[in-house]
Design a protein around this ligand. Structure first.
Ligand code: CO
Length: 149
């Protein structure tokens, strides 16, 4: 009987953790063309930390078809993307010290993946946020909305 209770508790703990992982972490796939697998990402403001994994499922190298994931306030997007594209691949196409960039992954190529973690409290509930790839020219198609609940 004791064993059964333990097993039930263990199962409960596991499912609770799995649910948290679903809302506090997302994976976005990219490939050898200009797309993000998600056009919209929702961040739950109750998450202690939020993890974003960018996974490049293509074959092309970062120098030719690199992608990153960069987050700004939508009002900062136009200016931030202009500077980011000029920053060079050595800076992962993010202007060093740019305060308009709230979070950013490095640039990755085919077969690579990278994860960043940030504190959702840096984001305003109901705020208007845009994520994009800052590899030159990609932002035209590679962009989406981030929503904070
Ligand atoms: Co890209």
């Amino acid at each position: 009987m004791k064993w059964m209770v333990c097993a039930a508790l263990a199962a409960l703990a596991f499912s609770t953790r799995a649910e948290e992982a679903a809302t506090c972490a997302v994976t976005v796939e990219v490939g050898d063309s200009l797309y993000f697998s998600r056009k919209e990402i929702t961040v739950d403001s109750s998450c202690e930390s939020f993890s974003l994994t960018l996974k490049h499922v293509g074959k092309m190298p970062a120098s030719a078809m690199g992608h990153n994931w960069v987050l700004t306030r939508s009002e900062d997007f136009d200016d931030a993307v202009t500077d980011a594209q000029r920053a060079g691949i050595e800076n992962d196409f993010v202007k060093p010290g740019d305060e308009r960039v709230l979070a950013a992954t490095k640039v990755i190529g085919g077969g690579e993946e990278t994860t960043i973690t940030f504190d959702p409290s840096i984001l305003e509930s109901g705020g208007d946020y845009t994520f994009f790839c800052s590899f030159p020219g990609h932002y035209v198609l590679m962009r989406g909305k981030l929503i904070v609940r």
